[in-house]
Design a protein around this ligand. Structure first.
Ligand code: NAP
Length: 454
């Protein structure tokens, strides 16, 4: 029997586990899926926006995998800490597949980033998604009239939309009650989403961009003069040569630039060719705005500064400039790429593939792609692992690793514990007159899961 630990129960981890048990080359594979959190599904639970119910419903297919009898979910198990160093994990399993994602946000590296009221979009996303590490976060929303979101990816679109949406639209979601309450008290009237490059270079997808225009209380504005700075905007032949997503994005933006405002209570302004230079603050240390430098296309896909500056007022700044992998103690790490060095998914140590250690998902390829991208990524990794299976199974393993985890002082939450969390979230929702509502803190999750009994 080949015993494998998958670290991380997000899409890449679950797809890796699924591929391992469904293949036929190596029979009798058993997989433990370990997660630091008591709840499974990674970014599908803690990153996909609560109002994106269709994508959230992917949890259903991840659930089916985790309920396979050959797979065991062990939540509340941190790998890489004192209780369970990576070397110890490899003693308990023939192979370990790290699917730990890219948990950290990236900084802008400009003056003023430390001011009160400047946050990463990832912190905001974690907070409204009920991530237990973000339970104590606050964003001062009652004092915010205008917000700036820096970046032009799908995360920037997500946080812009959540800031601009009315609470009536968010109440049916599973957003934790404290976040919903804080958003209800928000006085945000304008959200500016600011890109350093042009509209044809936005990283958002068209469906997500277009959705901004469907928010009932929001006028979306794009400045025709800014769109016209993009060389392809007024050149149909050049626009036709763009990738389909960029072409459709341009058309959506053109529509907003040409539309008259409908006089709705909130406004989303999509800004382009503005590079962040400095976060501006008042004497109380709070953010008051952001200074940008107007940029111009450099003809090679990048931009150059023009020496012209523009200040945009803001009492809240969310930087949404991508995720970054975090080094895991005991695993090699490439700080330049923010990933673990690998060859076809095999972890590479000192230039050589390390037998028994693998990576998949964002920690392998960086924070790109949609959820489905993780499927082929996990398959490649599992294929490497299966090629190594003959050498891997030569090693005798101790008994059930669960005993070793408990002996190390860990309190794994097993599947019944997760089901108890789900039931507690449904009950919480009922008590609030809502559908299922997330429990947003560690104490609440562990009380519901009761790991000592599960
Ligand atoms: P992203 O797609 O990589 O976008 C990052 C944005 O930050 C880009 O617009 C980039 O501009 C900008 N940026 C980077 N450094 C900057 C700087 N110093 N100053 C100003 N702007 C800067 O990252 P993401 O939005 O975090 O998304 C991560 C992944 O998750 C993506 O694959 C995304 O599609 C996916 N995702 C998907 C969904 C969905 O499908 N609904 C939702 C959320 C996330 P440049 O292009 O100029 O570098």
């Amino acid at each position: 029997m080949l015993r494998v630990a998958v670290v991380g129960s997000g899409p890449s981890g679950v797809y890796a586990a699924q591929t391992l048990v469904q293949q036929r080359e190596v029979p009798g594979v058993r997989v433990d899926v370990l997660d630091r959190l008591p709840a499974p599904y990674g970014l599908v639970r803690y990153g996909v926006a609560p109002d994106h119910e269709k994508i959230k419903s992917l949890q259903g297919s991840l659930r089916t995998v985790l309920e396979d009898e050959r797979i065991r979910f062990l939540g509340n198990v941190e790998v890489g800490g004192n209780a369970l160093p990576t070397e110890r994990l490899l003693e308990l399993y023939h192979a370990v597949v790290y699917c730990v994602g890219a948990a950290r946000d990236r900084m802008l590296g400009i003056p003023g980033e430390e001011l009160t009221g400047v946050h990463s979009a990832t912190a905001f996303v974690s907070w409204y998604s009920g991530h237990p590490d973000a339970a104590a976060q606050t964003f001062g929303l009652p004092g915010v009239d205008t917000a700036v979101v820096v970046g032009a990816g799908n995360v920037a679109v997500d946080v812009t939309r959540i800031l601009a949406r009315g609470t009536a639209e968010l109440t049916p979601t599973d957003m934790p009650q404290p976040a919903l309450g804080a958003l209800a008290e928000s006085r945000v009237r304008t959200v500016s989403m600011v890109a350093r490059r042009g509209p044809s270079q936005g990283r958002f997808t068209t469906k997500e961009l277009r959705e901004l225009g469907t928010l009932p209380e929001v006028d979306v504005r794009a400045d025709p003069a800014e769109l016209a700075l993009d060389p392809v905007y007024g050149d149909p032949a050049a626009a036709a040569a763009l990738p389909a997503v960029a072409r459709r994005n341009l058309e959506v933006l053109r529509g907003w630039a040409q539309a008259d405002p409908a006089g709705r209570p909130r406004r989303v302004a999509l800004r382009f060719y503005l590079r962040p230079v400095e976060v501006l603050g008042g004497p109380d240390g709070r953010v008051t705005g952001m200074r940008f430098e107007r940029t111009a296309p450099d003809g090679r896909g990048g931009v150059t500064g023009t020496g012209v500056y523009e200040d945009v007022e803001a009492q809240l700044v969310l930087r949404s400039v991508g995720y970054r992998g975090v080094p895991l103690a005991g695993l090699p790490f490439d700080p330049a790429k923010g990933t673990v060095p690998h060859a076809a998914g095999r972890v590479v140590r000192a230039g050589r593939a390390s037998l028994g250690e693998y990576v998949a998902g964002w920690i392998k390829r960086g924070p790109t792609g949609v959820i489905g991208t993780n499927r082929p990524c996990a398959k490649e990794t599992v294929s490497s692992l299966l090629q190594d299976a003959g050498a891997l199974v030569r090693r005798d393993l101790p008994d059930d690793p669960l005993n070793a985890l408990r002996a190390a002082g860990l309190r794994p939450v097993r599947w019944p514990g997760w089901l108890a969390i789900e039931a507690a979230e449904a009950a919480l929702g009922r008590s609030l007159g809502r559908r299922s509502v997330k429990i947003p803190d560690w104490a609440g999750l562990l009380a519901a899961a009761d790991p000592d009994r599960s």
